[in-house]
Design a protein around this ligand. Sequence first.
Ligand SMILES: [Mn+2]
Length: 263
Amino acid sequence: MSTYVFGDIHGCYNEFQKMLDRIGFSDDDRLILAGDYVDRGPDSLKMLHWLENCPKNVTPIRGNHDEEFASYVDLLRQVDAKWSLQTQIDSHDDLVALYDTAKYLFKTNGLNAALFFDLYGTIGKLLHTTVITMADLTIWRDMIRKMPYYVKLSVHRRPCVVVHAGYREKDFDNDADAQDFYLYAREEAYKGGGIRHGMVIAGHTPTVLEGEFAYNGGRVFHQYDKSKDCTFYDIDCGCVFRGKYPNARLACIRLEDETIFYV
Ligand SMILES: [Mn+2]
């Protein structure tokens, strides 16, 4: 039995399947997915469907893109309620109309939502290539909101945290600050974060971006903090940026022996 972690799939469903083959993932193993299933890549829908039928030995945690997707669904529902649009939950045409209305209202009313709503066009693309409905979006929203922000487990009797962006033990002022850190932290996750005598596995910052603290030419970024006796891994090797950056790929770590797999 082994425990594997990878994430930042961003709709790269083919690479996702290739990685499962590459590690020979079986019913006896455990997989923790480190978030960001949607946006940017070609197959967000396939990832959402796969997660809907997620096997018991897989724990998907939440990434910022997943949380943002869920928040867009909330926004659509709010627009529907506020303007009494009576969107039928199982009507594709109604959802298309609601989406267009929401975009129009955000823009014409100078609302902040206009700047970030469906930022990567994922919902818009789904609407024009498939017959999804508000029922589908609501299922996916609820599924995402059930995902934990992090998973803490024990590897060789040492604590190990898997999180999308960053983890730290210090108390946060409030839940919102904590959630922001788990979903969005970058260098601060490595400077002020971590866990004593343990290991933190995260993604979020692709190791293909030159100038970023985690740049490592598309290889997993690894750092050891002596003061905390904490090992950090950034396993986001920028799979979705394949073709844009050399060596961009999907990486996976096996926790028991810290072996890295690439696809
Ligand atoms: Mn992310």
